[in-house]
Design a protein around this ligand. Structure first.
Ligand code: WT7
Length: 574
């Protein structure tokens, strides 16, 4: 289990913000972090103020907050401009009746307007809901319906996926596009922004008031709305400081889209709470494009994901050598296990340790991490962030000794812990079924030095390219296809993507298995749900293994796939 533990890469930056890990951990108090915020005196708070306006008030209005580029745009915005633009959008929303607590969604590719809209909505006291641009009709509808969204900001290309007629609560649609033809019932974003004042009164809220809803997948049921509150900023700020190790002059790049939690907690909140220049690159992954982004922006701190690093590794060292990456000083990863091989490659080719970080949508912020000042063990997620108590516990809540595998659990609470699963109290409570602990759903063990080692998921949740996919959502879509009688979906190990989605399908009478049918079914999911949820592999079976109550036994499918023993079959149908 711990064959990798012999390998240690020594700390490279003892003067990092964290300093000595043990000392920082032992002397830590959240109250000390809270004092960094202006609301410490008043009790009232607003994430958008702390992330944007505060830097203007501190005399840094002229500093570049956002550098945005994609194939057709290359723009920079100062903190002052971000403040003015988000104020303008706050005024627009207010004029259209949006107020505190309303759910306002953003559904568009990365662009300056996306960030402005989110901060504008937050300043109005709204709860923002970011949707990944690849979501198709069903995925969009499920999320808007569940959250009771009243407004959405989207683009002409994506508007067709918003089923306005089927969403009675969705009253306001803002369209971001150039030279729009007027459409009835649709508001032209740029036109209303132009008429809006850059002065706005911020909605000051309580620490426990809603900030953001991130929909994420579990193994059963529709996606869950994970609800975070403004208080999360304490964790974003502190981890931005000691994990991202951000300093005044850093140029930071997080490659995640705000449709996923990494793209908000660490693509917006943490870097801007610390007042650093944040680089956002739109468009798709391409090794040369990515290296060019680092070179041309002189990126110093870079946060990405194992799949991306593996693809960069696959692209080879020659590409790396065409670019000057010498600005880099700190590299981090999140989303799936970071292979030791990738860490070694990073050291060799970038001259950088890649620092793995572990957390989840539900945790709102980083919890177990590697730090510039701490020796790194390739393959380990690192040690708990100061202020966080992590442990391996058994199903009864007993804390297990080092090297025993069990549930990775966190002592409750911490500042960025989710506060609700929207509309689903029982789901929320499942995470806290053992008093005093948050049960992550991951299994891991801790070694004798207190480093944590990821082992797997307890449930059937699939992690493909760092994106979390609920098998139930995919199965439900598959069942809507006329040829599909039964469907069971599993994650199949894949060297590049971590896992890929594999669907086992039994067909309706009158349908014959064929490669064309496989392609058609995959396309059906891609177009109905989203590209990342579409099965890359389909296998037809006469019958699927089910429990007597009719539940597809995914663990049997997985055992078939991996040629493993199927285990206890006492509940199987026949
Ligand atoms: C699940 C959470 C939080 C940002 C991105 C993912 C897996 C996350 C690691 C890591 C191994 C990891 C876990 C976790 N995961 N980070 N460093 N090593 N696995 O957020 O979509 O909520 O997924 O991703 O299984 O439970 P998410």
């Amino acid at each position: 289990m711990s064959q990798l533990q012999g390998e240690i890469i020594s700390a490279d930056a003892p003067l990092s913000n964290l300093g000595n890990y043990e000392e920082a951990y032992n002397n830590f108090k959240w109250e000390d972090v809270e004092k960094e915020f202006s609301w410490y005196q008043t009790g009232l708070i607003n994430m958008a103020y702390e992330a944007i306006d505060r830097h203007v008030d501190l005399g840094k209005g002229g500093k570049i907050a956002l550098r945005y580029s994609d194939a057709s745009r290359d723009e920079a915005y100062t903190f002052q401009q971000m403040k003015d633009l988000s104020n303008q959008f706050t005024n627009v929303l207010r004029k259209h009746g949006i107020s505190k607590g309303d759910r306002v969604f953003v559904f568009m590719p990365r662009s300056p307007e996306l960030y402005v809209s989110m901060f504008g909505a937050i300043k109005a006291g709204a709860v923002v809901g970011p949707l990944f641009e690849a979501f198709m009709e069903t995925a969009v509808k499920d999320r808007l319906e569940d959250s009771g969204a009243v407004a959405i900001v989207t683009t002409p290309a994506l508007l067709g996926r918003v089923k306005i007629d089927e969403l009675p609560l969705l009253k306001k649609i803002f369209l971001v596009g150039k030279d729009l033809e007027p459409i009835e019932g649709i508001i032209d974003y740029h036109a209303v922004m132009e008429q809006s004042s850059p002065e706005a009164e911020i909605e000051w809220v309580n620490r426990e008031d809603g900030l953001i809803l991130h929909y994420t997948s579990g193994s059963t049921g529709k996606p869950k709305g994970v609800y975070h509150v403004h208080n999360a900023m304490i964790q974003h700020y502190y981890t931005g400081k000691v994990v991202l190790d951000l300093k005044e002059d850093d140029v930071y790049w997080c490659t995640a889209d705000p449709g996923w939690v990494t793209g908000t907690s660490y693509g917006m909140f943490a870097p801007w709470l610390l007042g650093v220049t944040n680089v956002i690159r739109g468009g798709r992954f391409s090794p040369s494009d990515w290296y060019n982004t680092i070179q041309s922006n002189k990126i110093t701190v870079w946060y990405s994901a194992p799949t991306a690093f593996r693809m960069l590794m696959g692209a080879g060292q020659d590409v790396v050598e065409e670019y000057d990456l010498s600005s880099l000083r700190h590299v981090l990863s999140v989303g799936e296990p970071l292979n030791p091989e990738v860490v070694r490659w990073g050291l060799k080719v970038y001259g950088q340790r890649i620092h793995d970080t572990w957390w989840m949508t539900e945790t709102g912020g980083q919890l177990i991490c590697n730090y510039p000042s701490m020796p790194l063990k390739p393959g380990s997620m690192g040690k708990p962030v100061p202020g966080i108590q992590a442990a391996i516990i058994d199903d009864n809540g007993k804390v297990l000794p080092p090297h025993r595998m069990g549930n990775l659990a966190i002592r409750t609470p911490w500042p960025s812990m989710m506060r609700l699963i929207w509309n689903n109290a029982p789901k929320y409570e499942e995470y806290f079924r053992i008093p005093g602990w948050y049960i992550s759903g991951d299994t891991a063990y801790m070694d004798e030095d207190g480093y944590f080692w990821f082992q797997g998921r307890i449930d059937d949740v699939i992690n493909s390219s760092g994106e979390r996919i609920g098998p139930f959502e995919v199965e439900s879509k598959l069942l809507e296809h006329p040829a599909v009688a039964e469907a069971g979906v599993i994650g199949k190990p894949d060297p590049m993507r971590g896992e890929i989605i594999k669907a086992f399908i039994s067909l309706m009478d009158g349908y014959a298995p064929s490669e064309e049918l496989k392609a058609e079914i995959a396309k059906f999911v891609k177009e109905g749900l989203s590209a990342h949820a579409a099965p890359r592999e389909i296998e037809f079976k006469d019958k699927l293994p089910k429990t007597r109550s009719g539940k597809i036994m995914r663990r049997v499918l997985k055992a078939w796939e991996l040629n493993l023993p199927v285990g206890d079959l006492s509940t199987i149908e026949d």
